[in-house]
Design a protein around this ligand. Structure first.
Ligand SMILES: [Zn+2]
Length: 323
């Protein structure tokens, strides 16, 4: 993004990053991420694990269901020229295998993220991932409890995990997080690959996060991507995110959200519970600095920009005793 640099005069916290996937060694991945943060004036970053289950994926993905999902939005699919979607159209079995490789390539376990954070002098704040193949108890025993002093919460990916955020099965995890004074991050909107199809991302709706947040008032829920991310239909569930933000224990991050929707969210619900997130390194061709500049270029007040980049993340981390 060729543009002049605007920099903030305060420390920034990025509430949504992942480990760079080209560096498999946690120490190297941490070094790379910290370098990106330094270039953007980001002092701390929430770094989120990604664990999807191949077994769960294979159990849930049925060719008939995919064909139906494609059929519903065929015009968009042909126009979009998204390679992974095209492959599903022309060779469904091969397309499904592509997704298995994608899941395996991008897996970043909770353990790896915690280890990377240990090389960061406290600058990286790890968030564990729910793992559908391990199940509820397995996730608590293997991904949460062993890392309880390191992690600040857990992430649910309703798309990759095939689970609705207000499914009562998750209550046990939410209760664990409440006791540990943590946060729950929920992916909302579409996701790359087959999850760009509205039928297949339908579990990732902010209205389900809202239901979970009503039931678990002692847990802070973060709606990642404001329900807006979608290559085929940008803003797909955005209106539901606005509604959910009426609740005191619901926040939303700006990661992978078009500036148009960030501006609108602030107009409609204010900036109090909006957190800056870059989704680095998943925004291909976009550095953390580019994401910071995008916030600084919004048509909102300086006070709102500062709230998103600094004040709100600090307040939230202080609230959960991590600062
Ligand atoms: Zn992400």
């Amino acid at each position: 993004m060729g543009r002049c640099d605007i920099s903030a005069s305060y420390n920034i916290i990025d509430f949504h990053t992942h480990l760079p996937y080209r560096y498999k060694e946690p120490s190297e991945a941490a070094a790379r991420l910290l370098k990106e943060m330094d270039k953007a004036g980001v002092t701390k970053a929430v770094v989120i694990a990604v664990e999807a289950g191949v077994e769960t994926f294979k159990k849930n993905v049925k060719p008939r269901e995919i064909k139906k999902a494609i059929g519903e939005v065929m015009d968009f699919v042909s126009l979009s020229r998204i390679p992974m979607l095209n492959r599903l159209v022309f060779d469904i079995e091969a397309g499904i295998e592509d997704h298995v490789s994608l899941i395996e390539e991008h897996r970043r376990t909770t353990g790896e993220v915690v280890e990377a954070a240990r090389y960061s002098s406290g600058r990286l704040l790890p968030v564990a991932s729910y793992c559908p193949d391990k199940g509820i108890d397995g996730t608590i025993e293997e991904n949460l409890r062993p890392f309880k002093d390191d992690i600040i919460g857990v992430k649910i990916y309703p798309t990759l995990h095939f689970i609705q955020p207000n499914d009562s099965k998750l209550d046990k995890i939410y209760k664990y997080v409440a006791d540990a004074q943590g946060i729950v991050v929920v992916h909302t909107g579409c996701d790359p690959g087959m999850w760009e199809l509205p039928r297949l991302c339908r579990l990732a709706r902010p209205k389900y996060v809202m239901e979970a947040a009503k039931k678990h008032k002692d847990v802070v829920f973060i709606i990642a991507h404001m329900g807006a991310y979608s290559a085929l239909m940008p803003g797909i569930f955005f209106h539901e995110a606005l509604e959910a933000l009426e609740l005191d224990n619901v926040y939303a991050d700006t990661s992978a959200v078009d500036p148009f929707f960030v501006n609108r969210a602030i107009e409609e619900v204010g900036s109090d519970r909006i957190l800056f997130g870059s989704d680095y390194p998943y925004m291909i061709g976009f550095s953390i600095r580019d994401s910071v500049n995008e916030i600084l270029s919004l048509e909102i007040s300086e006070k709102d920009k500062r709230a998103i980049l600094h004040d709100n993340p600090y307040k939230l981390l202080r609230m959960i005793g991590r600062l």
